[in-house]
Design a protein around this ligand. Structure first.
Ligand code: AMP
Ligand code: ZN
Length: 135
């Protein structure tokens, strides 16, 4: 299903022309227009889902194989030295386009990017409490 006024629905389904790196029946992978690095690609399902929570399981199961293909392409053609997969859900987590997308970000020596978080130092008890909350 496509959602009206969703730019990634329009892009994924070819209504708005874009730079397509890979396409199959269910996905389109495009060049990000504000790339972190050369070759930064977004994998978009053609069917609308706002985020991971809304993404049907069957679609979710097909995303990683697409990411593997794109990753191989980026390595083969652009010679990247590493790769980050990033997937933001919710405004608080940095999601700006509310149509599920997986970032495939090739990394190069001295590319000046940092896709990291600041580790904290919880004690064993705190970790045990979190685990208990999740059970
Ligand atoms: P996120 O912050 O995870 O929602 O990522 C949204 C990404 O989409 C950003 O990296 C934008 O640069 C990219 N983006 C937004 N609009 C377009 C567009 N029309 N074509 C290509 N990339 C886009
Ligand atoms: Zn959409």
């Amino acid at each position: 299903m496509v959602q009206e006024n969703c730019i990634f629905c329009k892009i994924a389904n070819g209504e708005i022309p874009t730079r397509t790196v890979y396409e199959d029946e269910e996905f389109r992978a495009i060049l990000d227009m504000g790339p972190a690095t050369k070759g930064h690609t977004l994998i978009l399902p053609k069917s609308h889902a706002a985020d991971l929570y809304e993404l049907p399981e069957e679609t979710a199961a097909k995303v990683l194989p697409v990411a593997k293909r794109v990753a191989a392409l980026l390595k083969e053609k652009l010679g990247c030295d590493g790769l980050n997969l990033v997937q933001n859900n919710g405004e608080l987590a940095g999601q700006t386009v509310m149509h599920f997308h997986l970032h495939v970000i090739p990394r190069y020596e001295n590319d000046g990017q940092r896709i990291l978080w600041k580790p904290t130092e919880p004690g064993a008890q705190e970790l045990d409490e979190v685990l208990a909350e999740l059970q």
